[in-house]
Design a protein around this ligand. Structure first.
Ligand code: UDP
Ligand code: MG
Length: 315
């Protein structure tokens, strides 16, 4: 049985949103296609999301619903990956459960793909940021840094909210890396992408799962996944300090009798502490990369699904 459009919906503590989402998605799909599936990935929610989803699954026999229940919270990246693995639509959209991204826009993206065989993917970007000034500034700086050092180009304000053809989904699931950074993956795979603006709505209920700490970790993961420049910094630094050292040596030789001896010793001590701390930072950077290699070589799965419900059981 072929499916025209799959919606992948990562859910973490979204008990107040999933039913509203389901009803809105049903409404949006009316007049577009009957052949669609909703893949809810319950990412280890600690509220009643799992129970609500099961009830919706039992009550909506007319809709193709898949539910993937994770054994714990693995993060949105893992949830998206699981959803893409389970999707079988001609088109697949990744969309949040909290109604900040409207299912109508997913239909609009589907229509763009219908009308433009040359496009492989339609990506929605936020027209207006809802973040505060400081966060907005931090995000802009992040994109400017990552675009300077990375091998792929990151589009600012691009979101995970996008609709892709089957071949694009296949390419993404072929990338089995453990530390997933979807913004990088979407850029890295290439393809012909059409960007459309969308307005981010207010969350229906619950709160955002992003804390400043999580955002910093995510940004560092992104930088480390797409550039090895930090690993090369010690080399450039080493060359720089070597040159500096020679100059300093010459300067001290010339002025050896002109300087106060205590002052010179203090200056040298400061310099040594400074150099030592820089070396520690570099060891730390190398350690972080090694840590990531360590997790990857263990070859653990990106997620563990403890239960999967599919509409075939419901038909
Ligand atoms: N999400 C998830 N696992 C997580 C965190 C978030 O599946 O560990 C889901 C969440 O339920 C929502 C989407 O990812 O559907 C986006 O999360 P959120 O709304 O917190 O992010 P924001 O919109 O604030 O960027
Ligand atoms: Mg949200």
């Amino acid at each position: 049985m072929s499916v025209k459009h799959s919606l992948v919906i990562p859910c973490f503590n979204e008990e107040g949103n999933v039913e509203i989402f389901l009803n809105c998605a049903k409404e949006a799909m009316k007049g577009y296609t009957d052949s669609y599936e909703l893949i809810f990935v319950n990412d280890g929610s600690r509220d009643k999301t799992g129970e609500v989803l099961k009830r919706l699954f039992n009550e909506n026999k007319d809709v193709k619903i898949k539910i993937i229940n994770f054994s714990r919270n693995f993060g949105k990246e893992a949830a998206m990956y699981a959803g893409l693995n389970a999707s079988c639509g001609e088109y697949t959209t990744i969309i949040d459960a909290d109604m900040q991204q409207r299912p109508e826009v997913a239909v609009q993206m589907g229509r763009i793909l219908d009308e433009n065989p040359d496009y492989d993917m339609v990506a929605a970007f936020q027209e207006k940021r809802k973040d505060g000034k400081l966060l907005s500034k931090i995000k802009t700086s992040f994109y400017s840094v990552i675009n300077k050092v990375s091998e792929v180009h990151f589009i600012e304000d691009a979101s995970d909210f996008r609709t892709m053809r089957k071949n694009v989904v296949k390419s993404i699931i072929e990338l089995t890396e453990y530390h997933r950074f979807s913004k990088g993956i979407f850029s890295w795979i290439g393809y012909n992408v059409c960007s459309i603006p969308y307005e981010v709505m207010e969350r229906e209920s619950g709160e955002t799962k992003w804390s400043v700490k999580k955002l910093i970790k995510y940004a560092l993961d992104g930088i480390m996944a797409y550039t090895d420049l930090p690993l090369k910094l010690p080399l450039y630094f080493g060359i720089g300090t070597m040159v500096l050292d020679v100059l300093l040596f010459v300067a001290l030789m010339i002025a050896q009798f002109g300087f106060d001896a205590n002052c010179t010793a203090g200056f040298l001590a400061c310099l040594m502490v400074f150099l030592f701390s820089i070396i520690s930072v570099f060891i730390g950077i190398a350690g972080t990369y090694i840590g990531k290699i360590h997790t990857q070589v263990k070859n653990r799965p990106v997620y563990i699904a403890k239960e999967i419900l599919t509409y075939e059981e419901n038909l």
